[in-house]
Design a protein around this ligand. Structure first.
Ligand code: NAD
Ligand code: MG
Length: 393
């Protein structure tokens, strides 16, 4: 029986992970579940999965959950705060940690899982974008395994040779990172200034949390994924080409020096990468509908439009720069996206806040966690000021 801790179990990835676990009750068990403050959903998940631990980040929410668990006669132990998250990410009975908290809040528990030598199923791309080398070093030094859940990175992983070592020695020419282009791929650029959070969150192919949905609409999601891919596959940014593929059937490709291009295809359903990463190097069923190529009939590809999506350019600059620049980019993006979702900032000002923050917060060498967390904090403060300056009156 393989024990799985699901960090962020009440979110979109968390729910899909529990769905896959429930399909394989003889092989997998949820040993710990965590959420920010959604008491009702975490309680329902505890009733269904009987985890050893449940963690709520919010202390009041933890108390409410504790009462419900007691009333229901469950044996699940309730913990609170970041300490609780770090504890359940490192439990002896857990072999795999699904890192599915959104944003920088996931960094500490995800890093703790790597340092405890777990198999880290990485959905929380922001954690890796922020900590880069530090995270990859932790994985190597502690004998952890890093399995990508982001569908593109999972696809690239599947198209790599079984014992991937480095692009050059494995005969890899480049990585083709695909993206749908989001809901605004064909909207007139001058109309983007007025788009609403609801429009930005209506992704054409994927159902996801609100933050990553906005990131998909600005294409910052692809920018973060570019940085994520640089770390996971030890690839310089110029070896990663972004390809817009509106149908989201091919999830990414690897091009070899002999001209072969390997692609991974599948329905746009996150249970495929989740089941792949949990079962690797074996395979197991995911419950996902089979691809019907006759219904799909055609696949399209386009060059990304950097003028329409300035976040792509910013992310590429940051990927080339290195150091704490990526933590600054990520923090500024989180602040700007939150402001947009709360209707305090225009959609088109998201990239302006990020660019201005990158200009104001100078990048440092990112060798320690303290330096990275300081860059994150500084960037948040500066970004908030830029949001106030651009605020919708
Ligand atoms: P979501 O908003 O649906 O869920 C986020 C989860 O994190 C929830 O369980 C929430 O309770 C928890 N959380 C939020 N803030 C927290 C905090 N401050 N402290 C502790 N827990 C907190 O998000 P999602 O769509 O499931 O995405 C999760 C991560 O996976 C993100 O990093 C996203 O980029 C990545 N990802 C998601 C998808 C997808 O299809 N949804 C695909 C690829 C990658
Ligand atoms: Mg992705």
């Amino acid at each position: 029986m393989i024990g799985v801790t699901v960090l962020g179990s009440t979110g979109s990835i968390g729910v899909n992970t529990l769905d896959v676990i429930a399909q394989h009750p003889a092989q997998y068990r949820a040993v710990a579940l965590t959420a920010n403050r959604n008491v009702e959903r975490l309680f329902e998940q505890c009733v269904a999965h009987h985890p050893d631990y449940a963690v709520m980040c919010d202390v009041d929410a933890a108390e409410q959950l504790q009462q419900k668990i007691q009333l229901a006669g469950l044996t699940t132990q309730v913990l609170a705060g970041v300490e609780g998250l770090e504890k359940v990410a490192t439990l002896a009975q857990c072999e795999q940690v699904m890192a599915a908290i959104v944003g920088a809040a996931g960094l500490l528990p995800t890093l703790a899982a790597a340092r405890a030598g777990k198999r880290v199923l990485l959905a929380n791309k922001e954690a890796l974008v922020m900590s880069g080398q530090l995270f990859m070093d932790a994985v190597r030094e502690h004998g952890a395994a890093l399995l990508p859940i982001d569908s593109e990175h999972n696809a690239i992983f599947q198209c790599m040779p079984p014992r991937f070592s480095a692009l050059e020695s494995d005969g890899i020419e480049q990585i083709l990172l695909t993206g749908s282009g989001g809901p605004f791929r064909t909207v007139a650029p001058e109309a983007l200034v007025d788009v609403t959070p609801a429009q930005a969150c209506a992704h054409p192919n994927w159902v996801m949390g609100r933050k990553i949905s906005v990131d998909s609409a600005t294409m910052m999601n692809k920018g973060l994924e570019l940085i994520e891919a640089c770390w996971i596959f030890a690839a310089p940014a110029e070896k990663i080409q972004i390809v817009v593929h509106p149908q989201s059937i091919i999830h990414s490709m690897v091009e070899y020096i002999d001209g072969s291009v390997l692609a991974q295809m599948g329905s746009p359903d996150m249970r495929i990468p989740i089941a792949h990463a949990m079962a690797w190097p074996q395979r197991m069923s995911s419950g996902v509908e089979r691809l019907n190529l006759f219904d799909i009939a055609r696949l399209d590809f386009e060059r990304p439009d950097d003028a329409r999506f300035p976040c792509l350019r910013l992310a590429r600059e940051v990927a080339e720069q290195g150091g704490t620049a990526a933590a600054v980019l990520n923090a500024a993006n989180e602040v700007a996206v939150e402001a947009f979702l709360e209707e305090r900032l225009r959609f088109t000002d998201i990239s302006r806040v990020i660019e201005a923050t990158l200009a104001d917060v100078s990048a440092q060498v990112a060798t320690t966690l303290a330096t990275i967390l300081q860059a994150d904090a500084d960037a948040r403060e500066v970004a908030q000021r830029h949001v106030s300056g651009l605020k919708i009156k």
